[in-house]
Design a protein. Structure first.
Length: 179
């Protein structure tokens, strides 16, 4: 099964996603953040502190499809936090690719995640990027657009989609009901 938790910054996405995984005996937390400065290192430290000690953390900033394929068969739940940071890493790593090739490669990676959800429940955390201001730069708009397309791709594949608003989860898609 695949679930998506989407919302704005500080909307409670990670906390809610962790609550979905709380009952799992074998949980893998797939972390995509890179500690490239002191502020991000502190965020990562707080996230680690908030997770149960028995959860297995796999740090993978780029190859999330392969990491999910490797881990999904041996866990009850795989929580990926977060797709937005991953996309930022992925775009930087593949910055030499033409726009169409970058988009295709990102979509293929997300498709691998969805396919891995046949072996385990995968919960993906992502930022809603379409409700804010239009980015000022072409690069910012390109990133926002690609993130929006990937969010749609995951939501289409997901059985459950939750939108986080002020710490409250609003179910916007569930099995057996049309979105």
């Amino acid at each position: 099964m695949l679930s998506l938790v989407i919302g704005g910054a500080r909307s409670g996405k990670s906390r809610f996603a962790q609550s979905l995984a709380a009952g799992g005996a074998r949980v893998v937390y797939l972390a995509t953040a890179r500690a490239e400065d002191a502020e991000m290192a502190e965020r990562i430290r707080r996230h680690r502190q908030d997770r149960p000690a028995h959860w297995i953390t796999v740090e993978e900033p780029i190859a999330i499809g392969a990491a999910a394929e490797r881990c999904a068969g041996s866990c009850d739940m795989l929580l990926l936090d977060c797709l937005t940071l991953w996309l930022s890493n992925f775009c930087w790593e593949n910055r030499a690719l033409p726009e169409a090739a970058l988009e295709s490669a990102a979509q293929a990676e997300v498709a691998r995640l969805a396919a891995a959800a046949t072996a385990s429940h995968i919960v993906i955390v992502t930022n809603e990027v379409g409700c804010g201001l239009v980015p000022e730069t072409p690069l910012g708009r390109r990133f926002r657009d690609l993130q929006g397309f990937l969010n749609q791709q995951v939501a289409c594949s997901a059985g459950w989609v939750y939108h986080m608003v002020a710490g409250i989860a609003v179910t916007i898609k569930q099995p057996g009901r049309q979105a």
